[in-house]
Design a protein around this ligand. Structure first.
Ligand code: SF4
Ligand code: SF4
Length: 160
């Protein structure tokens, strides 16, 4: 079995459909716009054919995460909470502001969100099988509305 599968970045896809012609299994022809991982055999033909570089070959199992300094991670967590609060305040101000001021608040929300995403990435929350993600999912498990989804994700990531 291949160690890789194809992933399509919808934002880059220009829908010229070359990947549909070259895929031997029909994995690229999926109603969701995403490549069907269950059919993908990892041959890489779609990625090589895509003129928009919209398809990337990704490993089925991500490499082990390198350990990080605990103090640095604690600082990043602190910053994450600060950024979340800042974004909440900016959203509140956005609602209360006039049209001209809204441009500024929208720009600030956007830039803070980009920083927040980077902080999440650095703190390993965005690596699905990391201890941080598993810890977060375990916390979310008690929410009845998303319980089933969380349990399925935990099963998937814990088995990798
Ligand atoms: S070949 Fe690339 S650009 Fe064309 S449909 Fe496939 S993913 Fe999209
Ligand atoms: S890697 Fe091969 S099997 Fe997988 S989607 Fe691309 S062309 Fe199809």
């Amino acid at each position: 079995m291949s160690k890789e599968h194809a992933y399509r970045n919808i934002k880059l896809c220009t829908k010229d459909c070359l990947c549909l012609f070259v895929c031997p299994t029909g994995a690229t022809n999926n109603e969701t716009g995403q490549i069907d991982f269950s059919k993908c055999i990892g041959c890489g033909a779609c990625a090589a054919a895509c003129p928009s570089r919209a398809i990337t070959m990704l490993p089925n199992v991500m490499p082990a995460i390198q350990p990080k300094n605990k103090e640095v991670l604690a600082k990043i967590d602190e910053l994450i909470n600060k950024k979340i609060n800042e974004i909440k305040i900016l959203k509140y101000l956005l609602e209360k502001s006039n049209e001209e001021e809204q441009k500024l608040f929208k720009a600030l929300i956007h830039s803070n969100t980009v920083i927040l995403e980077d902080l999440f990435r650095e703190s390993e929350y965005m690596i699905p099988q990391s201890n941080k993600s598993i810890e977060l999912l375990n916390k979310l498990k008690s929410n009845p509305e998303i319980e089933n989804t969380v349990i399925q994700l935990l099963e998937k990531f814990s088995n990798q």
